[in-house]
Design a protein around this ligand. Structure first.
Ligand code: CP3
Length: 351
């Protein structure tokens, strides 16, 4: 860890802070001209595998926006490659896994002994942590077992998660073995990031909201809890994020993650009370709100801060990642507004 006293780390532990920390999922990405310039010469995967470039992209985005944390530039799917499942990004289609996992034999072939080959991500974390020192915390991340399994099984993005659920229902033991293998690799991957200086780890379970509470509890919660327990042993707080999770929040809290990410569909205070008011929450502005005019953006940010009511343990973020066409000026204005408004509110807590 490199900035253990930072606002972000304190907020993750639900400790008091001078103002609400803010960072944004996908804060480095296509909406930013500086990123598009680098992408003219390198593919997404080339940037991820080049620690100098990945660090530069991470640092540039955090500095342009003036946010309270830098999230390491990488991709959720990188561990698939070291497990023996190559993938590429095709324009307009998103990620494509060349031979998706469909049965027990495919799962048996997946490797769990090569997580060290992802060392380029830890190396990028080391460069970013060295650059910022105690000035700004670094967020490392990994995919949650369900969301990564869904990419492995579907072969890419999916609407109904048909193949994933089919495997889960018809071969629960094989499905569990897949999640187990994913936990082995992603835990080691994230631990390396903490050793390299990451202050916080975010676990992305972006697509878990497609599950019923019963299926989540039976097939997904145990392995996710195992992953989060391992990550917590590093000493870095863990943020557990998903979308469409209003019905799952109570169960997600059972993983013992320090912070639960909320998407924009649930009012922040309702989500917070569902996970028990003692822990911390992150969120939850609709990413599409950043396409509205300044007054609307500010009103919506204010509404979230009002619902948080200066209670320790709120990290401001979007409910999901920044979209590619988002105006950079609006993102900068949001960051400034949240920082200034929450500073005043913290100085004078509302009744
Ligand atoms: O937040 C950050 O600034 C860090 C960078 C980051 C990326 N991917 C870079 C990226 C993070 C945290 C991710 C996580 C990720 N990757 C998730 C979970 C987050 C979420 O949004 O739910 C998922 C599901 C992926 C898999 C993935 N990678 C998808 C679905 C896509 C989109 C494909 C497309 O064409 O829109 C990507 C590509 C990707 N990863 C981009 C970036 C900046 C797109 C830009 C590019 O192609 O250069």
């Amino acid at each position: 860890m490199s900035a253990p006293e930072s606002r972000l780390v304190r907020a993750c532990k639900a400790l008091p802070v001078d103002r609400t920390p803010i960072w944004l999922m996908r804060q480095a990405g296509r909406y930013m001209p500086e990123y598009r310039t680098i992408r003219k010469n390198y593919s997404l995967i080339e940037i991820c595998k080049n620690p100098q470039l990945a660090a530069e992209v991470t640092i540039t985005a955090a500095e342009i926006l003036g946010v309270d944390a830098a999230i390491i530039f990488a991709d959720l799917l990188l561990p698939l490659e070291v497990m023996g499942l190559p993938f590429h990004f095709s324009a307009g289609e998103g990620p494509v896994i060349e031979s998706p996992v469909r049965d027990k034999a495919d799962i048996a072939k997946l490797r769990t002994d090569s997580a060290a080959d992802l060392g380029y991500v830890a190396e990028a974390v080391r460069l970013v942590a060295g650059h910022f020192g105690t000035r700004l915390p670094v967020i490392g991340f990994c995919g949650a077992p369900f969301t990564l399994a869904s990419y492995m099984i579907e072969g890419g993005a999916s609407r109904y998660y048909l193949n994933t659920k089919k495997l889960m229902y018809s071969q629960p033991k094989a499905f569990d073995e897949l999640l187990h293998k994913l936990v082995c690799v992603t835990a080691q991957f994230a631990e390396e990031q903490v050793l390299a200086g990451a202050d916080v780890i975010q676990v992305f379970d972006s697509w878990v909201g497609c599950l019923s509470v019963g299926d989540y509890r039976e097939h997904v919660l145990p392995r996710t809890t195992e992953l989060i327990a391992r990550l917590k042993r590093t000493g870095a707080p863990v943020i557990y994020f998903g979308t469409d999770t209003a019905t799952l929040l109570l169960s997600m809290k059972e993983t013992a993650a320090d912070v639960i990410g909320l998407d924009w569909r649930i009012p922040l205070d309702e989500g917070w009370s569902l996970v028990g008011n003692r822990g911390a929450v992150q969120g939850n502005l609709d990413p599409v709100a950043l396409f509205a005019d300044r007054a609307q953006i500010e009103a919506r940010a204010r509404e979230i801060l009002r619902r948080a009511n200066s209670r320790p343990g709120h990290i401001f973020n979007l409910g999901h990642g920044i979209l590619p066409e988002t105006p950079v000026e609006n993102v900068r204005a949001l960051v400034r507004y949240v920082q200034e408004y929450s500073q005043k509110a913290t100085a004078k807590p509302q009744a």
